[in-house]
Design a protein around this ligand. Structure first.
Ligand SMILES: [Fe+2]
Length: 293
């Protein structure tokens, strides 16, 4: 009988599972308990694990179907290892990164909102971690949605936002990307989580370009307000990685960002993702009164 404990890791977001060994298959009841905790806390951390890629796959598969990654953006090293793998690393061979998103800071985003069916979850496993920085910030998008001023909720209530990404960019520098080149899709600004039924704010600084149906000026102003709101400390947990950490986050109701770290120190994390079995659903703005239903 497995004896494990669930412990919240911050007031904002996240829970740690203590006392499980992910090299072994998990019992059905244990999986269900972790899944429920994940729905409640949005990210699930397990520390001190020594996992092969196959074992990481096995853990991920408890919660959904592991996604095959688009191979056009994968490095040779990644392709040779597995078609599901993204190696987040600054390690270079012959001057070229062997993985993806190598250096520096990265703005808040969720993973692949620019597709019609964005990824449900991401599982990141830490192998090498620099002495400082390279932390991942997680922001709770339910809380962000709930705490917006009511007039703002009304203004954006049933709008959609356009998500687009210039692959490999870690900071959005251009106001608008070329839609003929880059993948893009519009999704509801308030997204309903298929399991919890709660509405989350579904925008992010790195990947959301425009709120549709309002003037460009208004879209810009609204997005600035939303991005600032999303960055509030009260919604955020900052994860300081240790080798052996595995973290699973829910892209439907959280966003994440990365802090800077020394370029000359090795950082390597192994990322795999889960497909979403549900389409993106529109959510009601979480009003304090009965409006919007
Ligand atoms: Fe990401």
């Amino acid at each position: 009988m497995e004896n494990f404990e669930l412990r919240p890791i911050s007031d904002a977001i996240g829970v740690e599972v203590i006392g499980i060994d992910l090299r072994q298959p998990l019992k059905h009841e244990v999986v269900k308990e972790i899944e429920q905790a994940w729905y409640e806390h949005l990210i699930v951390l397990v520390r001190d694990q020594e996992l092969t890629l196959d074992q990481q796959h096995a853990y991920a598969s408890n919660f959904g179907k592991v996604a095959v990654r688009s191979q056009s953006s994968a490095t040779e090293h990644e392709k040779k290892t597995s078609n599901t793998l993204m190696l987040i690393t600054n390690v270079r061979e012959n001057g070229k990164p062997i993985g993806t998103l190598p250096d520096g800071e990265m703005m808040f985003h969720s993973d692949t909102p620019y597709y019609e069916r964005p990824l449900k979850a991401t599982l990141l496993y830490a192998i090498d971690i620099p002495s400082r920085g390279g932390n991942t910030l997680f922001s709770n998008s339910y809380r962000a949605a709930e705490t917006l001023p009511d007039d703002l909720k009304t203004r954006i209530g049933n709008r959609k936002a356009l998500h687009i990404y210039d692959y490999g960019n870690q900071n959005k520098t251009d106001d608008s990307y070329d839609k003929s080149i880059h993948p893009h899709f519009a999704h509801p600004v308030f997204r309903r989580h298929p399991e919890t039924g709660r509405s989350a704010l579904f925008v992010s600084e790195l990947m959301t370009e425009e709120i549709l149906g309002v003037s460009q000026q208004e879209s810009k102003e609204l997005l600035q307000i939303l991005f600032e709101h999303q960055r509030k400390q009260e919604f955020i947990y900052e994860h300081k990685w240790r080798p052996g950490d595995i973290l699973m986050w829910d892209n439907r109701c959280s966003v994440h960002a990365r802090t800077d770290f020394p370029r000359d120190e090795r950082r390597m994390l192994r990322r795999i993702t889960l497909e979403d079995e549900h389409p993106v659903l529109a959510g009601d703005p979480p009003m304090n009164d009965a409006m919007g239903s």
